[in-house]
Design a protein around this ligand. Structure first.
Ligand SMILES: Cc1cc2nc3c(=O)[nH]c(=O)nc-3n(C[C@H](O)[C@H](O)[C@H](O)COP(=O)(O)O)c2cc1C
Length: 293
C-alpha cells in the first residue's frame, strides 16, 4: 500500500495542507509514503522528515505522474527523460532514509520512441532502490491505449530487485494471466477505486482457481456508505468531506446498475443522508428489475 503522491517541497516547507496527505492508519501497514519533486536535497530532507514524523514502512518515489503541473516543474514522469537527475534523487533519498527502504514507481518511458524502463530500473537498482513498480504506459499515453506488458517483462528481466507490474489489471483473471510475465508482484490502480473488493477476489482465485461473483449490490453499498462515514469522521466537516467524496463515488458507480443516473446524483451529493437515500433507491430498483426465474 502506498499513499497518494505528496509534494516533497510542501513537506520541506511544512505546508499544513501537504502534511494532511501523510495521514494513514496503522491497519494499512506495511505502507509507504510516496513523494514527488525534482530537487534531490529537498527530497532527501523531506523523506527524512516523513520518516521521523510518521514512521512509514518505506518511502516511494514518483517518477510516473504525467500531469502538467508536476511535469512542468521537472517532477514525476519528467525525470524519465533526465536520468542523471533521477539517479541523483534516488541516491539522495536512499541515503537520507537508510535503513528505511526506498522504492520507486516509473512508467515505461516518456514517449514511444524513448522507452527506457529497463535502463531506468537498472539506474534505480544501482542507486539502492529496493523495488520498482512499472506502469506499462509512456508519459505521452497518459491513461489511454494499452499498458505494454512486454516492456514490463523486459524491465523485470533487467534487474535483480523485485519489479511490480502495473496497468490495466481489472479482474482476477487479468492478474493470473500476467503472473508469468516475470514480475514479482502486481499493482492495481483504477480497478481498486471502483471495486475495492477486487483484492479478495484475486486472492481467492489465485488460491482456489474459483471466480467469486461480485458482492451483492446491498453489500457494495454498505462498504460505500462505510467509506463515506469514515471520511466524514476523519474530516469532521460533513459538507467538505462529502464534496471530496464525489470523485470516489463516481468511481464506485462504474459497474453498478444505472451507472449514468448514479453519476448524475453523485455530482450534487453533500450529506451522508443523501448517500443513504441514493443507496436505498438503487437497491430497491435493482430488486424490482431483477429477472424473474
Ligand atoms: C485518479 C488517479 C490518481 C493517481 N494517483 C497516483 C499517485 O498519486 N501516484 C502514483 O504512483 N500513481 C497514481 N496513479 C496511477 C495509478 O497508480 C496506476 O499506475 C495507473 O492508473 C495504471 O494502473 P491501472 O490500469 O491499474 O489503473 C493515479 C491514477 C489515477 C487514475
Amino acid at each position: 500500500m502506498v499513499t497518494e503522491f505528496v509534494s516533497a517541497e510542501g513537506i520541506f516547507r511544512r505546508n499544513d495542507r501537504t502534511l494532511e496527505y501523510l495521514e494513514f492508519a496503522e491497519a494499512e501497514r506495511p505502507v509507504g509514503v510516496q513523494l514527488f519533486g525534482s530537487n534531490p536535497e529537498h527530497l532527501g530532507e523531506a523523506a527524512r522528515m516523513v520518516i521521523d514524523w510518521k514512521q512509514p514502512d518505506f518511502i516511494d518515489l514518483n517518477f510516473g505522474c504525467p500531469v502538467n503541473k508536476v511535469v512542468s516543474k521537472n517532477g514525476g514522469s519528467a525525470l524519465l527523460r533526465d536520468c542523471p537527475l533521477l539517479e541523483k534523487i534516488a541516491r539522495a533519498v536512499v541515503r537520507a532514509c537508510d535503513p528505511v527502504p526506498v522504492t520507486a514507481k516509473i512508467r515505461i518511458g516518456w514517449s514511444e520512441s524513448t522507452i527506457n524502463a529497463p535502463t531506468t530500473a537498472r539506474i534505480l537498482e544501482d542507486a539502492g532502490v529496493a523495488a520498482v513498480a512499472v506502469h506499462g504506459r509512456t508519459k505521452e499515453q497518459g491513461y489511454s491505449g494499452a499498458a505494454n506488458w512486454d516492456i514490463i517483462g523486459q524491465t523485470a528481466a533487467a534487474v535483480k530487485i523485485p519489479v511490480i507490474g502495473n496497468g490495466d489489471l481489472a479482474s482476477a483473471t487479468d492478474v493470473a494471466a500476467r503472473r508469468n510475465s516475470g514480475v514479482s508482484g502486481v499493482m492495481l490502480g483504477r480497478a481498486a477505486m471502483s471495486a475495492p473488493w477486487i483484492f479478495s477476489e484475486i486472492k481467492h482465485f489465485l488460491a482456489t482457481g474459483e471466480l467469486l461473483p461480485s458482492p451483492p449490490l446491498a453489500s457494495q453499498w454498505m462498504q460505500i456508505r462505510r467509506h463515506c462515514e469514515l471520511h466524514v469522521q476523519r474530516r469532521g466537516d460533513e459538507a467538505a468531506a462529502m464534496h471530496s467524496m464525489r470523485a470516489r463515488l463516481m468511481a464506485y458507480s462504474r459497474g453498478m446498475p444505472e451507472a449514468k443516473g448514479l453519476r448524475g446524483k453523485f455530482q450534487h451529493v453533500g450529506t451522508l443522508a443523501e448517500v443513504e437515500e441514493i443507496a436505498h433507491e438503487s437497491i430497491t430498483r435493482a430488486a424490482q428489475t431483477e429477472p424473474v426465474t
